[in-house]
Design a protein around this ligand. Structure first.
Ligand code: NDP
Length: 324
């Protein structure tokens, strides 16, 4: 094996153009770590927030927490994985690269029958959908749920998983193509963003929905609150349109004794047991054909900047992956 590999490196915050391809030393697996040869990298919104400086990182920085690949070296003390194993992760280090380090505890075995590109499309968005509907607000059969960005990576997975649970799903999307994808995923009603809160009221006999899953943030926040039933729950889990504004708690009273929470994935992967519970349910659902991961766009590793621009420009559907 040569000692150099290609990786995306950024020296500063900025637009997509700060993501450049470099030759870097192949990282070395330390104690409790795996070195994987990356087959596919999952691109996620958090990397755009890191690139823009919304979430501070140390420079030079190689983004990427989600990938799937083959173990090529194991560090001291690793007993759970061996060279040649196929693994995926939502918690890797510097995954926009040909080789990346994954803590053995953070590695997820990829079941037979799940190709590595599909495996790279699942951990972060799949486990997010899983905790949102099981842990943040446990959705029960028959409940009505509003899912924003219904044709996005989280949106398509969450919609399918909610329908499997027996919930009624109302989604929002921006285009006809996205509407079609959201419907195929199972959404019962697909809305455009303009006037969505009023449309939700009409669709729910004036009552509102039990829970809103809002990863769009700034542009949808007020409408999401206005879409809830009395004692409904607002789950703000991202800010694809920008971060939601500061919030006056009195609005929860006015809106009908509402609940609001702002969860994040890392607090729902507290240990190996929790990680394996979520990941095995997601991976097994894909392996059995119950859940479909749509890879909406593939970019060569060198075109990471184009992938970020497409994601932020609302031009993607489902998962965006990079292929080293
Ligand atoms: P998506 O694939 O859903 O892409 C974002 C989508 O948001 C777009 O495709 C677009 O769909 C919609 N959108 C609405 N307004 C805008 C806007 N102004 N600019 C850009 N996009 C907009 O991304 P992900 O599935 O990866 O992530 C969705 C959200 O979930 C993100 O906010 C992300 O940060 C968050 N997230 C949070 C996690 C957590 O644990 N808290 C974990 C994973 C993701 P349309 O064109 O149909 O409106």
């Amino acid at each position: 094996m040569t000692s150099q590999c290609r990786a995306i490196v950024t020296e500063t915050t900025g637009g997509p153009e700060v993501l450049v391809l470099r030759e870097v030393p192949i990282p070395v697996a330390g104690r409790g770590e795996l070195l994987i040869k990356v087959a596919a990298v999952g691109v996620n919104f958090i990397e755009t927030y890191q690139r823009e400086g919304i979430y501070p990182v140390r420079f030079p920085f190689t983004p990427g927490a989600e990938a799937a690949g083959t173990v090529v070296a194991v560090g001291e003390g690793v007993e759970t994985f061996a060279v040649g194993d196929r693994v995926a992760t939502a918690e890797g280090v510097g995954c926009y690269a040909e080789y990346a380090i994954v803590g053995a505890d953070m590695a997820l075995p990829v079941p037979a029958g799940v190709p590595l590109d599909v495996a790279a499309a699942l951990p972060l968005q799949g486990m997010t959908a899983h905790y949102l509907m099981n842990s943040t607000f446990h959705v029960e059969p028959g409940q009505t749920v509003l899912v924003h960005a219904g044709a996005g990576g989280v949106g398509l997975l969450l919609t399918q998983m909610l329908k499997e649970r027996g919930a009624r799903v109302i989604s929002t999307v921006s285009t006809d193509e996205k509407e079609e994808l959201s419907r195929v995923a199972g959404a019962d009603e697909v809305l455009r963003y303009g006037g969505f809160a009023e449309a939700v009221r009409e669709l729910t006999d004036g009552n509102g929905v039990d829970v809103v899953y809002d990863g769009v943030g700034k542009d949808t926040f007020d409408g999401s609150l206005a879409s809830l039933r009395i004692r409904g729950t607002m789950v703000l889990f991202g800010g694809a349109s920008g971060q939601a504004p500061l919030f006056d708690l009195q609005r929860l009273n006015d809106g009908g004794s509402l609940f609001i929470t702002r969860p994040t994935l890392k607090h729902h992967l507290r240990n190996v047991t929790e990680r394996r519970w979520r990941s095995s349910e997601v991976f097994n659902a894909v392996a059995s054909g119950q859940l479909t991961a749509r890879i909406g766009a593939r970019f060569p590793l060198a075109e990471a900047a184009a992938a970020h621009a497409a994601l932020q420009g609302r031009r993607t559907t489902g998962k965006v992956i990079l292929e080293p």
